[in-house]
Design a protein around this ligand. Structure first.
Ligand code: DGL
Length: 269
């Protein structure tokens, strides 16, 4: 049986990574888990986010994947290292890939980062940016209202535009030339964010670079799929499967089937 790449997020945000993996590695089978019943993760404590991430990884390991991608910045910030020591397959996060892309893009050395409260509070982006390029000037901002908009499927429209403008206003006059979308949900709002920030600010989504890292790792391990026929992907979510299916199909532009997962109390311990 073809071994899959397992990709997880608190909700639909990780689909931005899924779309890039499908584009760059069309032969690879994907198993996706969106923990929509417990999203957003941003306002939760690091302990809760760690626990939820363990639970999802434990769930996904039953499918014997060849790799795990934590396509959630909030979970990457607090749980990546622990998950790496918990499983014996490669685990990829989304923070370093986004940081590398930003360093490649910026010419002024002034970089903006937007993310959930959890990600911004963790300081993970500032640390990663300074580690690669110590002289980088970093401006960070938490945008707690963005994930709920995306989880409701409100990617465009007047209300979303107004909210994006309201939240990003403090960033408008900063001298940055690129802005990291430090939450995998934010590429869903990329048009509105780009409109507000203007053409002098390049938006960086970690999706492309993360898919490249997955590809390089699989190739290095000689684990790229050589399957001839199209893979059949699997999607799981813990919340409303209809809404999840609707958003997923609109984003990936293909029909999918969703298997709902109901967390049992025992799985919380
Ligand atoms: N998509 C996630 C991230 O990249 C999680 C957002 C949330 O659930 O708050 O951080």
């Amino acid at each position: 049986m073809q071994q899959a790449i397992a990709i997880l997020d608190s909700g639909v945000g990780g689909l931005t990574v899924v779309k890039e993996v499908m584009r760059q590695l069309p032969q690879e089978k994907i198993i996706y888990f969106g923990d929509t019943a417990r999203a957003p993760y941003g306002p939760r404590t690091p302990e809760e986010v760690k626990l939820f991430t363990y639970q999802i990884v434990r769930y996904l390991m039953q499918f014997n994947p060849k790799m795990i991608c934590i396509a959630c910045n909030t979970a990457t910030a607090v749980a990546l290292e622990d998950i790496r020591s918990m499983v014996n397959i490669p685990v990829v996060g989304v923070i370093f890939p986004g940081v590398r892309a930003a360093i490649k893009t910026t010419s002024s050395g002034a970089v903006g980062v937007i993310g959930t409260e959890g990600t911004i509070r963790s300081g993970a982006y500032v640390r990663a940016l300074k580690e690669i390029s110590p002289q980088t000037e970093v401006y960070s901002l938490a945008c707690p209202s963005f994930v709920p908009l995306v989880e409701k499927g409100l990617f465009q429209g007047r209300h979303t535009q107004d909210e994006v403008a309201r939240v990003l206003r403090p960033f408008k006059d900063r001298p940055m030339d690129c802005l990291i979308l430090g939450c995998t949900h934010y590429p869903f709002l990329a048009d509105e964010i780009a409109d507000f920030m203007g053409p002098s600010v390049a938006l960086i989504s970690s999706a492309e670079e993360t898919a490249r890292e997955i590809s390089a790792l699989l190739s290095h391990r000689n684990q790229l799929s050589r399957q001839g026929q199209e893979p059949i992907h699997q999607f799981f979510c813990s919340g409303d499967p209809k809404l999840f299916q609707q958003i997923t199909q609109a984003w990936l532009k293909e029909q999918i089937r969703v298997t709902p997962v109901v967390w049992q109390i025992a799985q919380f311990s």
